[in-house]
Design a binder for this molecule. Structure first.
Ligand SMILES: [Zn+2]
Length: 61
């Protein structure tokens, strides 16, 4: 599952998504947006995504 999640790309910018296992979210730092992961299934829907906070953006890795 980790491998699948790490190979996903953002549906908006087609860039790499960064899986946050402790939050169960996928971050796109380009769009400053976070997608949900529900029961190991990524929800790559822009309507269901949330904006990253400034802190999450600054702590990107
Ligand atoms: Zn993106």
């Amino acid at each position: 599952m980790q491998k699948i999640l790490s190979n996903l790309v953002c549906p908006i910018c087609k860039g790499k998504l960064h899986y946050q296992s402790e939050r169960q979210e996928l971050f796109c730092y380009f769009d400053k947006i976070a997608f949900n992961v529900v029961n190991d299934i990524p929800v790559l829907l822009v309507d269901d995504a949330r904006k990253l906070t400034e802190e999450e953006w600054e702590n990107r890795r």
